[in-house]
Design a protein around this ligand. Structure first.
Ligand SMILES: [Zn+2]
Length: 209
């Protein structure tokens, strides 16, 4: 067997069988079934370890089911020194999977809120985004879940979430439209009610008014 380099994770044990310990046999078998369905032979050398790799990759893609993303917002700070302007985290990269085709959704999220009296560490907005992204999703729900979590936990004056993403189920199959991105947004509180506040946050996010 050729000893060429593969794009395997570096920290994986070497032999396939050890690595697959703990993965239910029916999961491995399901991947073999899909390989057969695609038209290939799961027993051929190059595909022999693939079911285990796919199973471990799934654990990572769908890590979000193992957490409550809202819990990242539990620890808040009330000492904000009278800060009453928009807090924004722009260009949060994420990868999700569409629930219709289990195909990748790759994009970035812009998450903003206008604090009332509580703020969170800024990285928490990225963690909330990742927590919901690492599930089977539709982009509209992903957008809403992030916004609702911030709205409920921080009770801010406003929340604005905008997501731009490309859907592999559109670019790699069906209508075959690479390069097309979908934009979704959810505005709550002042960003919903007040046009000027909404324009301000969209401008900060990099969108022209
Ligand atoms: Zn899809």
């Amino acid at each position: 067997m050729a000893d060429y380099h593969t794009h395997d994770d570096d920290d994986e044990p070497l032999t396939g069988e050890d690595r697959d310990a703990g993965i239910p046999p029916e999961v491995l078998e399901a991947v073999r079934t899909l390989i057969r369905w695609a038209g290939d032979d799961p027993a051929r050398e190059g595909l022999r370890d693939t079911p285990g790799r796919v199973a471990r990759a799934y654990r990572e893609y769908f890590k979000g089911y193992l957490e409550d993303p809202r819990s990242h917002l539990d620890r808040t700070f009330e000492e904000v020194g009278g800060y009453d302007e928009i807090v924004l985290l722009r260009d949060i990269p994420f990868q999700s999977h569409c629930e219709h085709h289990m195909a990748p959704i790759i994009g970035k999220a812009h998450v903003a809120y206008l604090p009332r009296n509580r703020v969170v560490g800024i990285s928490k907005l990225a963690r909330v985004t990742q927590g919901y992204a690492r599930r089977l999703q539709v982009q509209e729900r992903l957008t809403a879940e992030i916004a609702d979590a911030i709205w409920d936990r921080l009770q801010p004056k406003g929340v604005a979430v905008v997501i731009e993403a490309a859907h592999a189920c559109m670019s790699a199959r069906g209508v075959l439209t690479p390069g097309v991105t979908m934009t979704t947004s959810r505005m709550m509180g002042v960003f919903r009610e007040d046009v000027r506040a909404r324009e301000e946050v969209l401008k900060l996010m990099g969108f022209r008014g």
